[in-house]
Design a protein around this ligand. Sequence first.
Ligand code: AMP
Ligand code: ZN
Length: 217
Amino acid sequence: MKTRMIFVGPPGAGKGSQAKIISQTLNIPHISTGDMFRTHIKGSTPLGLEAKKYTDQGLLVPDDVTNQMVKDRLSQKDVEKGFIFDGYPRTPDQAIFLDNLLTVTNQKLDIVLNISSSDEVIVKRITGRRTCPVCGAIYHVDNYPPKVAGICDNDGATLVQRKDDQKETIIRRLSVYKEETFPLIKYYANKNLLMDVDGNQPLEMITKHVLEILEQK
Ligand code: AMP
Ligand code: ZN
């Protein structure tokens, strides 16, 4: 079973949902740099205040800030089981940093899953997304609604729309993805690590496909 993986793909292609499901299914830590930044922002830490300047605008947080945060996370013991990166790396410089980090700790990436989707599907998915400010659960007004509209199933909190999930910000994030993150696809393809997954399918179908890929030798 492959246990060291990265999910890449445009915002809203479903990589966050998949990473969560796979993390629970295989009991491997889910490392989402977006979630880490949101936690810092919520706690108003110095890192959070710095990150917020960028996240609010749909721009990438500078590489040195992001890389240092990931380095700290990878020094924790739970990643010995493997890891699922979701939303990192997002630039070629981050990918090179991660490669070096893994090399010095004698680890090897098993696979990079490229979850792709059309811009149209993405905009619909993201603008319908609602998240729980308490437990982090993610819903969708059409595709994955909570039992009671606007309320988290887990804890009854009122769901919110992330500021960076609003339409203008998404358009910006998609163009940032194309310019800064898309080159990574080629980087990992050249290393023979890339597998494509069709993100336009229903959630369960994507999970099934991902698990099949992880089980392959
Ligand atoms: P996400 O939830 O992964 O879409 O991340 C939300 C926001 O956090 C992004 O729009 C960026 O501003 C920031 N962010 C997350 N991951 C990274 C990363 N690897 N590099 C730079 N910025 C990031
Ligand atoms: Zn909740």
